[in-house]
Design a protein around this ligand. Structure first.
Ligand code: SF4
Length: 344
């Protein structure tokens, strides 16, 4: 898998409206958000169709041009400490070493921050390390972005080594879409880095972002298996998206396929109210009607936690609670107070 074809995929990515329309021989609405589709994924979209679950996730849509939604739906900026650190929860931080992604997802909750190359990503790594050393309650660093696996192996290895030298950091986690979008990026060097991370920390985990069974093509399955066979813990996170994966059947198939690959379905995120992505949004009641029947279809170990990020930065809470299988009702935040925003 060290064929380096991902560099060609990247180099020949579709980046302009004109290139997009020429490649798909179809017109698309213009939006204020960047276009970026690597060649390999563009070919897959062509194969499955522009109206497929792949096309809907990565091709521009007129729904991006409405004013509805929030620029910072989950309150990243509220909790940004600068230098790529976002500290929302007591025991863990997000670390965003790059705003670069392997693709531009149209539903992305960070699409307004990434498109502006927000100051949140401006880094001074020494300051980031100092922050972690001065806050010894923090025991986990979660790499996010952008996408950490888009970084060169040497850069990634350097970050991991430096974090391992901070005594209080016991766990390390990588949120990534790269294995799905640019599978050929997953080379032996990266597997070696993750294997050694396993020994530098109590736990080292990869959280692969995947939304639809259509994304699990043979090349993607092969790289996920490479991680698993190397003894690396691999989990998945999925965003519930209107029009893409909003069927119980589709989600059951996805979580079964992941489980068969020994990838643990971890989170199913209710869609965030992001500006430019509201056409993917649905009410909590709609989401619950899709998700609750999964309890009858999947064993507990194959079922991800269905969660919602409270707008404004209060963090994740269960989207199922408090009345377990009630289709509506009041949600409670992490402090037990009612959440005050429209869900239905
Ligand atoms: S890879 Fe992740 S961060 Fe990047 S655009 Fe897609 S959803 Fe957003």
């Amino acid at each position: 898998m060290s064929d380096q074809s991902w560099i060609e995929d990247f180099r020949h990515a579709i980046r302009t409206h004109e290139e997009l329309e020429a490649f798909f021989e179809k017109s698309f609405p213009k939006t204020n958000y960047p276009i970026f589709i690597p060649k390999n994924m563009a070919e897959k979209i062509k194969l499955f169709g522009v109206d497929s679950a792949l096309g809907l996730q990565f091709l521009p849509h007129e729904g991006e041009n409405t004013d509805a939604g929030r620029l910072d739906p989950i309150g990243d900026k509220v909790h940004s400490q600068g230098s790529g650190i976002i500290h929302r929860y007591q025991n863990r931080v997000l670390f965003a070493p790059t705003p670069i992604c392997p693709i531009a997802c149209r539903y992305c909750f960070r699409k307004n921050e990434l498109s502006e190359r927000d100051e949140m990503f401006n880094q001074n790594f020494e300051l980031a390390k100092t922050y972690l050393k001065e806050n010894s309650d923090i025991n986990e660093v979660i790499f996010t972005g952008g996408d950490p696996f888009i970084l060169a192996n040497e850069k990634l290895a350097g970050y991991i080594q430096d974090f391992s030298e901070i005594e209080s950091i016991k766990y390390i986690r990588f949120h990534t879409r790269t294995p799905v979008i640019l599978p050929s990026r997953i080379d032996e060097g990266l597997i070696d880095i993750m294997t050694s991370a396993k020994h530098l920390f109590k736990r080292a985990m990869i959280m692969v972002h995947i939304n639809h069974p259509m994304e699990l093509t043979g090349d993607v399955e092969a790289v996920l298996s490479m991680f698993v066979e190397a003894g690396i813990e691999v989990y998945s996170q999925t965003v519930l998206l209107k029009g893409v994966n909003d069927k119980t059947e589709t989600l059951a198939e996805l979580f079964t396929m992941l489980s068969d690959l020994k990838v643990k379905p971890y989170y199913l995120h209710h869609p965030d109210q992001a500006k430019g992505a509201m056409h993917f949004w649905m009410t909590l009641e709609e989401g619950r009607r899709i998700v609750h029947p999964l309890h009858d279809r999947l064993s507990g170990w194959a079922l991800p936690q269905y969660v919602i990020d409270v707008p404004g930065g209060e963090g994740k809470i269960s989207a199922v609670n408090p009345e377990t299988f009630a289709f509506s009702g009041t949600l409670l935040n992490r402090k037990g107070a009612p959440v005050n925003f429209p869900l239905t």
